[in-house]
Design a protein. Structure first.
Length: 454
């Protein structure tokens, strides 16, 4: 669209000087059909369309675009949140610096062009409403835009060329060639027009190259070459092409700055990710042992149980204890045979398996599935276990008394009712039962295993 506008500028420059006043306000007549009236010059969205012989009130011109008073069918938009109205026809602005936007029936979804600002207690004439906005009569000072290519000043007709027949009758072609040499005809076309045409052609070519270049991925674009191409175009400061050329150069300079910033950010992100990877690796090395310990059902020194030795008492079990703590951490057994626990006795191990709480033992019994030797360790001192298990934990076997010969019957005196005198020192106070009795003065008491208390 920018190139089309520039082309229109180049084609209409000479005729505009003869069909419109040089400056000031005037009435213009539309010369085309369905000519867009836009919210802004060049690339503004269309608000309405006009066709010949509609008239417009021209207030000025900028770069081939006429600044006009909005036609009657055009309207502006203002937020309903900042307007109060009692009758729905006249509204009062209730806010400060409330935006007034250009409305469009051709593109209802566009309202991004800001036309002016109003503050309380400004009045607005309401035409309708929709999507949170009031449609209002454009406030004073609001303008729209139309291409000067399709408008001529009222009272000034289009330039009339002399008929070919009259020129042939009064000034024959042979006479013009004879009386006006080529050197005399050169000033008819000012050199500045040639320079403008060349600059415009170069600008169009650069725009086409820019379009192709920006279709590539960002990292493959050669922005520096495009910038040099635009900078090589030379135009006068008052040329209609000058502001467009300068805008393009500014855009490309900004693109280069953004590219530098993106590269700096990419380098910073890469550096941070490298540091994060290093920290993650260090964290794995530090936390690996802790993670491994937490995965074991039991961990400690593995020793065989002196109570659960297998057979009639149940599966053979082992005890797991901490080297620096007293007491049993858990019992370990392997009824499936997948692990040979005897090979790990005396080592500091981690047991992987299924723990199950035993109410009788009041501790966990782990069914081992795998045993990991964490470090070798010397077996702890052997502690004696009770010869006879405690009745609450396991029922002791029934012992048959050894038969002994009965002594010869003797006549015993009748029992006396007097109190029994105390037994002398060194003798037992227990009654005689005929069974062997342990001598408490010579035999030590059995030592109870404090770790494996049952």
């Amino acid at each position: 669209m920018l190139v089309m506008a520039l082309a229109a500028l180049a084609l209409g420059t000479a005729s505009a000087q003869t069909t419109r006043p040089a400056a000031g306000e005037y009435v213009g007549i539309v010369t085309g059909s369905n000519v867009y009236v836009r919210s802004a010059p060049v690339d503004g969205y269309p608000c309405t369309k006009l066709s010949a012989p509609a008239t417009v009130q021209v207030q000025g011109e900028e770069f081939g675009w006429l600044k006009i008073v909005p036609p009657p069918q055009c309207y502006s938009l203002i937020s309903k949140s900042f307007v109060s109205s009692d009758d729905g026809k006249i509204g009062t602005v209730t806010g400060t610096n409330v935006l007034v936007r250009a409305g469009s029936d051709l593109m209802p979804g566009r309202n991004d062009v800001i036309q002016t600002r109003l503050s309380k207690p400004d009045k607005v004439a309401i035409l309708g409403e929709g999507d949170g906005y009031y449609k209002i009569v454009p406030p004073e000072g609001v303008v729209l835009w139309i291409s000067s290519q399709f408008v001529r000043a009222e009272g000034i007709g289009p330039p009339e060329a002399a008929p070919t027949t009259q020129v042939a009758a009064t000034e024959p072609t042979t006479q013009l060639v004879a009386t006006q040499p080529t050197t005399d005809q050169a000033p008819v076309k000012p050199p500045v027009d040639d320079e403008f045409a060349k600059a415009l052609a170069a600008f169009k070519a650069a725009e086409a190259d820019l379009q192709k270049e920006f279709e590539k991925p960002r990292e493959e674009r050669d922005v520096k070459s495009l910038l040099a191409q635009f900078q090589a175009i030379k135009v006068a400061g008052d040329s209609p092409l000058a502001p467009f050329l300068q805008a393009r150069i500014d855009d490309l300079n900004k693109e280069l700055e953004l590219e530098k910033d993106r590269q700096a950010v990419a380098d910073l992100v890469a550096k941070v990710r490298a540091q994060q990877a290093q920290l993650a690796a260090a964290t794995v090395r530090v936390e690996l042992p802790a993670t491994r310990r937490r995965s074991y059902a039991a961990e400690g020194l593995l020793r065989p149980s002196q109570l659960f030795t297998g057979g009639s008492t149940g599966p053979k079990r082992y005890i797991v204890t901490e080297p620096d703590r007293r007491g049993i951490g858990a019992y370990v057994q392997c009824t499936t045979g997948v692990v040979d626990l005897d090979k790990c006795v005396g080592a500091y191990v981690g047991v992987i398996g299924t723990p199950k709480y035993d109410e009788r033992l009041r501790m966990y019994v782990v069914e081992a599935e795998q045993v990991v030797v964490l470090r070798e360790a010397a077996p702890p001192p052997v502690r004696l276990e009770p010869i006879i298990p405690i009745r609450e934990m396991i029922e002791p076997p029934t012992l048959e008394p050894t038969p002994t010969p009965e002594p010869a019957p003797t006549t015993q005196p009748a029992p006396q009712t007097s109190p029994t005198p105390p037994a002398p020192k060194g003798t037992s106070s227990q009654p005689t039962t005929g069974l062997p009795v342990a001598d408490t003065t010579t035999q030590p008491a059995a030592t109870v295993n404090e770790e494996e208390y049952e």
